[in-house]
Design a protein around this ligand. Structure first.
Ligand code: G6P
Length: 619
């Protein structure tokens, strides 16, 4: 979602800011903008719809001199994507420049309040955004004689909703400011030699520094080329101690792959091996031996597990529910975090809440976690790919996947990382509860250790997926059917088709198909059937027969060498046979590759699909 970068130092700011924006492109955006201030305090502001390349071209023509500046990629919430709605926004007096990530929930109220001032000065709003109230609020305080920091703190105090903000004062070319309220994505300050950076996320800082400080909720920061001074809820200002991060810039390069998504699909075997390394021990059998900060005594008290998430993480949560029931042997459920947070379910302290969120910043998942803490005090575990993310700060315990940075907006390797963490957690709970014997635990862990090779072999089916995509690339609809543990995967397959191929796709439980969707089927409506051999295989083949009887073409994904199934369907993709609980690992690469190749056949922008964001920091 929106990306913020800022710079203050001796170098020309524009090029650094635009490069920073490019490194945040993976978050998803629809327009971009930049504002720099030169030594004479002349403001240079450019805003363009579409890609950062458009902004770069405009800056090359119009110029943006100055060594202080802020820039932004916008993901529209209030007002269409357009030049005038793109950030940075300026106050009506032109003295305050602001970029923002988040939503000002009370912007109508604030606009109404500020309208009288604008009317008195015969000025008007310049955009349709909620953001524009922020520079206006700051400007009014400056006019009343307050300092910039006090004015920013006042403005932030007036905003309802989660927001991250960067700003500068038109008459002060030596300083930029940042503020964070709630969980609208983060703001990271980067320390250079005689220069300082800010950004929404680490990839924008890494070419310049690995020495960083994350702002916390409520922080107001003033940044000049020598450092940062932070004010937090009325306490005296302090200079934070930066910490070193060890992200590898090479890991976020695309390498020989055409798209990050393809690279990340191929990285899955390694991401899974890295995530389970040291956490699936066999002699003696032990799951998550050291890094789950919850005691066996706490886990023994648990009577129920609730797994929550959004998007791909919700589908991982659904599979996690299945494993917790089957492996740990205790009641488990899943919920969509955005719905759960506004329900009044009866949890109590004996429910363990497991939040799955690759970014650790999804606002609905964080909202649901808050809801759990405030209302029931139930213990919470977060499964995330970002150590130090907001979710890890809120949870009682974290399982951090080790997938490396994921750049493709549509999650792939973090899906399998989440699955691995959920599987291990199910094993650990089952053992702590005494419901899983040592021998059964050994079997489950041995099976999990084969998962990287299942993924590896699945990834090798790219060519077959490409052939199928050539045949069906122009279809307008897909139905994806699965049963049991494959049903959530059918939903994930459909989500991938929607996300990157822009094709309408529905993931359905095969048994439910005849209660409605079957009415849609005809020879132009392809159906993808997830049908590995397992306890529900016969029921899947019945559903396939029902589809074929309506002349809808069937693409089945089943066990390699399953000639009986291959004969039954129009097109067949074989995957390595897997134990019944492990089929999500054998099938995942193939459903991802199918969506990828359909998108490729349709000539779409795979890494930055329209309207989507990787880190969803607004409700
Ligand atoms: C966005 C991303 C998805 C992701 C979802 C949840 O929609 O595009 O790929 O699954 O957010 O994100 P989270 O970070 O909570 O897993």
């Amino acid at each position: 979602m929106c990306g913020i970068v800022g710079y203050v130092g001796p170098r020309p700011a524009a090029e650094l800011l635009i490069t920073g924006l490019r490194r945040l492109e993976y978050r998803g955006y629809d327009s971009a903008g930049i504002a720099t201030l030169d030594d004479d305090c002349t403001l240079h502001r450019h805003r363009t719809v579409g890609e950062v390349d458009n902004l770069a071209r405009t800056v090359a023509v119009g110029g943006a001199p100055g060594s202080t500046g802020i820039a932004h990629t916008r993901w529209a919430t209030h007002g269409i994507p357009s030049d005038h709605n793109a950030h940075p926004h300026a106050s009506s007096a032109g003295d305050v420049i602001v970029v923002q990530n988040g939503i000002v929930e009370n912007y109508r109220e604030l606009r109404a309040e500020l309208q009288a001032f604008l009317d008195a000065e015969n000025r008007s709003w310049q955009s349709d955004t909620d953001t524009e109230v922020i520079p206006e609020l700051i400007s009014r305080q400056l006019a009343a004689g307050r300092s910039f920091e006090d004015s920013l703190a006042y403005a932030v105090g007036r905003l309802r909703g989660a927001n991250a903000i960067a700003a500068f004062h038109r008459r002060d070319p030596d300083r930029i400011y940042a503020a964070r309220k709630g969980s609208a994505g983060g703001i990271v300050v980067g320390y250079g030699e005689g220069e300082m950076f800010i950004a929404s996320d680490l990839p924008a800082l890494l070419p310049h520094t690995t020495s960083v400080h994350h702002l916390e909720d409520g922080d107001i920061a003033a940044i000049d080329r020598d450092g940062v001074s932070v004010r937090r809820s009325g306490e005296p200002a302090f200079k934070p101690t930066p910490r070193e991060v060890d992200l590898d810039p090479i890991a976020i390069a695309r390498g020989p792959y055409r798209h990050f998504m393809l690279k990340e699909i191929h990285e899955q075997p390694r991401a899974l091996s890295d995530t389970i390394r040291g956490r699936a021990r066999l002699n003696p059998p032990n799951a998550l031996p050291s890094d789950l900060n919850l005691s066996d005594a706490t886990l023994r008290e648990i009577e129920r597990v609730l797994v929550i998430g959004m998007g791909t993480s919700l589908h991982a949560a659904m599979i996690g529910r299945w494993w917790i029931e089957q492996i740990a042997g205790i009641p488990a459920d899943f919920d969509n975090a955005s719905e759960f947070r506004f329900r009044a379910p009866l949890l109590g302290p004996s429910t363990l809440v497991v939040a799955v969120t690759q970014s650790g910043e999804t606002i609905d998942t964080l909202g649901a976690m808050n809801h759990v803490r405030d209302r029931w005090g139930a213990p919470q575990v977060v499964i995330t790919n970002v150590d130090g993310s907001e979710a890890t700060r809120q949870a009682d315990a974290s399982i951090v996947m080790r997938c490396g940075p994921e750049v493709g907006v549509a999650s792939t390797k973090t899906f399998v990382g989440s699955l691995a963490a959920l599987y291990l957690l199910a094993c650990r709970i089952g053992r702590a509860q005494g419901r899983l014997s040592q021998d059964d635990l050994t079997v489950h862990l041995e099976q999990l250790l084969t998962a990287p090779s299942l993924l590896e072999r699945g990834v090798q089916r790219a060519e077959r997926c490409s052939e199928i995509a050539q045949l069906f690339g122009s279809a307008s609809n897909f139905l994806v059917l699965g049963r049991g543990i494959e049903y959530p995967l059918a939903m994930e397959a459909a989500l991938k088709c929607k996300e990157i191929s822009y094709v309408h796709a529905e993931g359905y439980a095969a048994g439910e198909m005849k209660h409605g969707p079957i009415a849609l089927l005809d020879h132009q409506f392809p159906v993808i059937a997830l049908a590995p051999r397992g306890p529900l295989f016969d029921k899947m083949t019945s559903a396939i027969q029902q589809v074929s009887a309506r002349r809808a073409p069937v693409i089945a994904i089943g066990d390699e060498g399953d000639d009986e199934l291959a004969e039954l369907v129009d097109h067949f993709i074989g995957v390595p046979p897997a134990p019944p609980l492990l089929t999500p690992f054998s099938l995942t690469p193939v459903v991802q590759l199918l969506a990828y190749h359909i998108a490729l056949a349709r000539g779409l922008d795979i890494d930055q699909p329209r309207n989507l964001a990787k880190t969803v920091t607004v409700e």
